[in-house]
Write a protein that binds this ligand. Structure first.
Ligand code: IPM
Ligand code: MG
Length: 358
C-alpha cells in the first residue's frame, strides 16, 4: 500500500534542500518501485506569513494523517521579534510534541572521504560511527512552569527540567534496542551530581539496562561528555540523553564529521511514524544562493526509507549513492577541500540521483 509523506520545506535553505529530496524520492518512485504519495504543507516562518501561525491546524492534521513527515528547516531573523509562543521554532516543537515523536535519532557518521574536513585530527575521527538518542518531547523544552515575570521589581526568566519515570524508561528502551543492533554499548548522559531530575534519570537508566544483559551501560556527566566527544569520540556507540543535553551534544558530534550539513535525523513515535529532518538549521546567511549542502536532507530520506518504509535495501542504496558522489569528488562549499569539485545544491542533488543506478 502506498505510504504518504508530508513534505514541509520551511524557511531559509529549507525549500532548496527539500527540492533535492523531492527529486530523489521521485527518482526512487520512477526507477526503484518506491510506492509513495507526496503532499506538501506549511511550517515555521513560511506558515506564519501565510496563516499567522507557525503550525497551522491544517499542517498538524496532514502530519497526523501521513505515514511520515520530511522537513527542511525553520526560522530566520525576520521572525525573531515575534512574540515567543508564535515563533517558527515553536511550530517545529509543537509538531514533535503533537505527533508524540519522543525518540530523536542523530547518527554521527564520518564518511572516510571527508576525514580531512573534520576540525579534529583525522586519526581521532576516522571510522567514527556513533548514534545520539535524544529525548525529544520532554525535559526543559516542555516543562511547566515556564515564563518571564516580575519578581521583587525585576524580571526573571525560568524553565522547568522535568522527566517522569515513564519518559526516561521509554527513551532508554529505544537506546538499548538500537544498541543491540550495533556494538551494544550505551552511554547515558546526565548531570546527576547536581540535578535531581538527572538522579532519577540515572536510576531508571540502570533499571532498564538490567533487562538487556548484553548491553554495557555507562554514565557520563554532560560536561565530561562534551569533553570526551572532542577528545576521543570513537569511544562512543550509542549515547542517550535528555532534550537539552542532546540538542547541544548533537551539534558538537555533527561537527566531528566535517560539517553540520552532513547529518540527518529521525524523530520517531512508538509506532514507526517519523519526522525526518537534517539537524542543521535554516542557514539564512546562505539561503537562496544555491550553496546549501543537500546531503543531510538526502540522508534524512535514507532514514525515512529505513524506519518508516522498513526498506533497508533502498536506504542502503541512497547512502551508497552519497558515498559514490563524494568519491567522484563533488563537494558543496561547506565540505570543500583542495582538489575537489565545487558543487551547488542542485548539482549535488543531481549527482546523487545519477549515482542511484550503481
Ligand atoms: C534541533 C534544533 C531545534 C531544537 C530548534 C530549531 C527548535 O536546534 O533540532 O536541534 O532545539 O530542538
Ligand atoms: Mg539543535
Amino acid at each position: 500500500m502506498s505510504k504518504t509523506v508530508l513534505i514541509l520545506p520551511g524557511d531559509g535553505i529549507g525549500p532548496e534542500i527539500t527540492a533535492e529530496a523531492i527529486k530523489l524520492l521521485e527518482a526512487l518512485r520512477r526507477d526503484h518501485g518506491l510506492d509513495i504519495t507526496l503532499e506538501q504543507g506549511l511550517l515555521g516562518g513560511a506558515a506564519i506569513e501565510a496563516t499567522g501561525e507557525p503550525l497551522p491546524a491544517e499542517t498538524l492534521a496532514k502530519a497526523q494523517a501521513a505515514d511520515a513527515v520530511l522537513m527542511g528547516a525553520v526560522g530566520g531573523p525576520q521572525w525573531e521579534a515575534i512574540e515567543r509562543s508564535r515563533r517558527p521554532e515553536r511550530g517545529l516543537l509543537a509538531l514533535r510534541s503533537g505527533l508524540g515523536l519522543f525518540a530523536n535519532l542523530r547518527p554521527a557518521l564520518l564518511y572516510p572521504q571527508l576525514a580531512e574536513a573534520s576540525s579534529l585530527r583525522t586519526d581521532l575521527v576516522a571510522g567514527l560511527d556513533m548514534l545520539i538518542v535524544r529525548e525529544l518531547t520532554g525535559g526543559i523544552y516542555f516543562g511547566q512552569p515556564r515564563g518571564i515575570e516580575i519578581r521583587d521589581g525585576q524580571r526573571v526568566g525560568f524553565n522547568t527540567m522535568v522527566y517522569s519515570e515513564a519518559e526516561i524508561e521509554r527513551i532508554m528502551r529505544v537506546a538499548c534496542e538500537l544498541a543491540m543492533k550495533r556494538q551494544r554499548r550505551v552511554c547515558s548522559v546526565d548531570k546527576a551530581n547536581v540535578l535531581e531530575v538527572s538522579e532519577l534519570w540515572r536510576e531508571v537508566a540502570n533499571r532498564v539496562a538490567a533487562d538487556y544483559p548484553e548491553i554495557e551501560l555507562s554514565h557520563l556527566y554532560v560536561d565530561n561528555a562534551a569533553m570526551q566527544l572532542v577528545r576521543a569520540p570513537k569511544q562512543f556507540d550509542v549515547m542517550v540523553t535528555g532534550n537539552l543535553f542532546g540538542d547541544v551534544l548533537s551539534d558538537c558530534a555533527a561537527m566531528l564529521t566535517g560539517s553540520i550539513g552532513m547529518l540527518p535525523s529521525a524523530s520517531l513515535d512508538a509506532h514507526g511514524k517519523g519526522l525526518y529532518e537534517p539537524i542543521h538549521g535554516s542557514a539564512p546567511d546562505i539561503a537562496g544562493q544555491g550553496k546549501a549542502n543537500p546531503l543531510a536532507m538526502l540522508l534524512s530520506v535514507a532514514m525515512l526509507l529505513r524506519y518508516t518504509f522498513a526498506d533497508k535495501a533502498l536506504a542502503d542504496r541512497v547512502e551508497r549513492a552519497v558515498g559514490r558522489v563524494l568519491d567522484q569528488g563533488w563537494r558543496t562549499a561547506d565540505i570543500l577541500s583542495p582538489g575537489m569539485r565545487l558543487a551547488d545544491t542542485i548539482t549535488m542533488g543531481d549527482a546523487v540521483v545519477a549515482a542511484l543506478a550503481d
